[in-house]
Design a protein around this ligand. Structure first.
Ligand code: ADP
Ligand code: ZN
Length: 210
């Protein structure tokens, strides 16, 4: 299955993509994680990406398109994939089409803006890609990743002012993709629930049709 996951920042894309990845045994490619890894490693890509991310803006299309092109051409994606956080704009979606990549479904997780702001304040993440929430999805040991034992941290772009910018960016640049994919008959939407497990059940139900 070749899947695109969409949703506002904090809608739970990363969390659900982990579940889908386990169940269907396909890799999740998260552009946000790739960019944060580049920032941490201090590469040229990281340096360029940082200022956009810290402002809650999109990193320029040509940069992320280049990253995705590399991944999709590699062996890891040959049995299917989940794109978590790509495409995030119409030009990115058009570039994906131009690559000749077949997409089976686009799953959009819907969460109201008010909820998003509340959720982001409790988010804790790990460099391994795992993410937690102090109330909704706590790690077993506070501040420590269940998967790899590393210390959890708060993303700089989860600061309340930046979250508002990210939401603006989402509505302006990413949300039009719903119509883009709906016209192609690929869009499936799921309402994000309070409990992670409830959202996962809805997500699995929605994807069982593909
Ligand atoms: P979230 O979905 O919670 O906002 P991500 O980790 O997916 O978090 O993305 C974090 C940031 O990385 C975005 O706000 C944006 O600056 C950048 N980014 C990630 N994916 C893309 C993309 N496809 N195009 C442009 N920028 C991106
Ligand atoms: Zn970890």
């Amino acid at each position: 299955m070749n899947l695109i996951l969409m949703g506002a920042p904090g809608a739970g894309k990363g969390t659900q993509s982990e579940k889908i990845s386990e169940k269907w045994n396909i890799p999740a490619i998260a552009t946000g994680d790739i960019l944060r890894a580049a920032i941490k490693a201090g590469t040229e890509l990281g340096k360029t990406a940082k200022s956009y991310i810290d402002d809650g803006k999109l990193v320029p299309d040509e940069i992320v398109i280049g990253i995705i092109q590399e991944y999709l051409a590699s062996d890891v994606c040959k049995n299917g994939f989940i794109l978590d956080g790509f495409p995030r704009s119409i030009p990115q979606a058009e570039a994906l089409d131009a690559m000749g990549v077949r997409i089976d479904a686009v799953l959009a997780i819907e969460v109201a803006d008010e909820k998003i702001v509340e959720r982001m304040s409790g988010r804790r993440v790990c460099t391994c890609g795992a993410s937690y929430h102090v109330a909704y999805k706590p790690s077993q040991k506070a501040g420590i990743c269940d998967k790899c034992g590393a210390e959890l941290y708060i993303r700089k772009d989860d600061a309340p002012e930046t979250v508002l910018n990210r939401l603006k960016t989402y509505h302006a640049q990413t949300e039009p993709l719903k119509e883009y994919y709906s016209k192609k008959g690929l869009l499936v939407t799921v309402e994000g629930q309070e409990e992670v497990a409830d959202t996962t059940r809805l997500v699995f139900e929605a994807l069982s049709r593909f």
